[in-house]
Design a binder for this molecule. Structure first.
Ligand code: ZN
Length: 164
């Protein structure tokens, strides 16, 4: 994804109140972010329990900031991430919900998704997949997974923002 500054980032949130937007704490690794290796930026608020954020380019390319709340209960079984759909499960997957943008969100409507707990999706899809069969094009498979992750993250961003 394209780099975004700490200032611009706060203005991209579509489902955060002014109060929530001002209380966003960036992760301590923010200045070292390798933007080229990310399909979306996601982190958990270091100060506010259960709160997390995702900045995902929407289908038209504009960055969309989403405030997420982590569900109280952990998924029953080992779940699969809806975004990277990594089958080798190198990390935990948890349920996050996002208030919809605008009046729908103020009326309490949310949309939920199962995502890698620390938003490891971009790293997961960049690992070479296992060799499915002789002659399987690993690099093409990896590029396809990166592409699919982008589409899914953008789809979620648009689902949250569309309610504006
Ligand atoms: Zn994932």
């Amino acid at each position: 994804m394209l780099p975004i500054t700490a200032t611009d980032l706060r203005a991209t949130f579509v489902n955060a109140s002014r109060k929530e937007a001002t209380s966003i704490t960036l992760p301590d690794w923010f200045d070292d972010t390798d933007w080229g290796a990310l399909d979306y930026l996601g982190w958990r608020d270091p100060k506010i329990a259960r709160r997390a954020y995702v900045i995902a380019p929407s289908l038209d390319g504009a960055p969309v900031g989403i405030l997420l709340r982590r569900a109280d209960a952990a998924p029953r079984a080992r779940a699969q991430c809806s975004w990277c759909q990594d089958v080798r499960l190198p990390n935990d997957v948890v349920f996050y919900s996002a208030k919809l943008a605008g009046p729908a969100g103020r009326n309490g409507n949310t949309v939920g998704t199962l995502v890698c707990e620390e938003f490891e999706c971009s790293r997961n899809v960049r690992r070479l997949p296992p060799l499915a069969y002789e002659g399987y094009d690993l690099e093409a498979a990896r590029l396809r997974r990166i592409d699919e992750l982008r589409m899914r993250a953008a789809g979620f961003a648009d689902a949250v923002a569309r309610q504006r």
